[in-house]
Design a protein around this ligand. Structure first.
Ligand SMILES: [Zn+2]
Length: 300
């Protein structure tokens, strides 16, 4: 399905997929996964490189599951590191709230970058020609990478087979919703044959994927509280995967200790400790996303 110079290492939800582009001139890695699993990431990427050095690491956007291995990859390969242009101020300032780090109980080793990529920039990666396209919404600074000759789209968290990355509620909600719609419409206009998403396997039924995402987007447009609940649940499952488990009897104290949950509860929900815990965990247990075993919650 993919040209031999394009190698996709499909990971999970804690780690974004790695896309390795192996060209005659240089090798490029798109996205470095989550910091906790950086050793695994280095092994997997080295396996695909088969002895070639890694020349260049590029991020679709700066969330912990996409940039978490940046420091380790750079240390191991002494490669060039490029991030989307509009992420640079957040990375320079290492803004833990805007980057969803300690604010959301996520971790990422701080890294330095060499330069930035702007929408419209073009590259030869893996002997194919790629163009960076702005993909704001989930992350207002995100980029996607399109290769017209092969009909390939590296979509990051802008489009997955069944959805897209979380959208934050709040004062910029409408801007984010409109940007997400515009990004999906941009993708719909591109002659894409195969999408290589940030999470999940590559897929070719782009039209159906866009329809599912548009439906989800419409539901978010109708109901801000739905966005709130969705963010809380997705962030909680992420942290559960990161921590591997959480004691049920420490849940309410945990939720109070993480600024994101406390903030969201104060701004949108106004629930007591137990009700907040029930809201987040109840739905996730019912849907089978998390399980309760011997007094601990684990991600299913
Ligand atoms: Zn993301």
């Amino acid at each position: 399905m993919l040209p031999s110079c394009v190698r996709v290492i499909v990971r999970d939800w804690l780690n974004a997929n790695h896309i390795v582009l192996i060209g005659r001139q240089r090798t490029v890695l798109i996205d470095s996964g989550y910091g906790r699993d950086a050793t695994q990431t280095l092994d997997k990427v080295s396996g695909v490189l088969a002895g070639r050095p890694l020349d260049w690491l590029v991020n679709t956007h700066c969330h912990s599951d996409h940039m978490g291995g940046n420091a380790a990859v750079r240390a191991a390969h002494a490669c060039r590191v490029s991030i989307p242009r509009d992420e640079a101020p957040l990375i320079d300032a290492w803004d833990e709230e805007a980057l969803w780090l300690s604010y959301a109980d996520q971790r990422c080793e701080r890294f330095s970058f060499d330069d930035t990529i702007a929408p419209g920039d073009e590259f030869d990666w893996g002997d194919l020609h790629w163009r960076a396209i702005a993909a704001p919404g989930h992350d207002m600074a995100a980029l996607i990478f399109f290769c017209e000759e092969a009909g390939l789209l590296i979509s990051g968290d802008a489009l997955w087979e069944n959805s897209f990355g979380i959208l934050l509620p709040g004062p910029d909600r409408v801007t984010r919703l409109e940007a997400t719609r515009a990004t999906l419409e941009t993708i719909a206009r591109l002659p894409v044959h195969t999408v290589i998403p940030g999470h999940g396997p590559s897929f070719t039924d782009v039209k159906a994927a866009l329809e599912r995402s548009m439906q989800r987007l419409a539901a978010f447009e109708r109901d801000e509280l739905r966005m709130v609940r969705h963010v809380l649940k997705v962030m909680f499952v992420f942290s559960l995967m990161d921590r591997r488990r959480l004691a049920v009897n420490e849940l309410d104290v945990y939720l109070e200790s993480v600024p994101l949950y406390a903030d969201f509860n104060r701004r949108y929900l106004g629930l007591d400790r137990k009700a907040l815990a029930d809201l987040i965990v109840g739905d996730l247990e019912r849907s089978g996303a998390i399980r309760r075993i011997d007094g601990f919650l684990i991600a299913a």
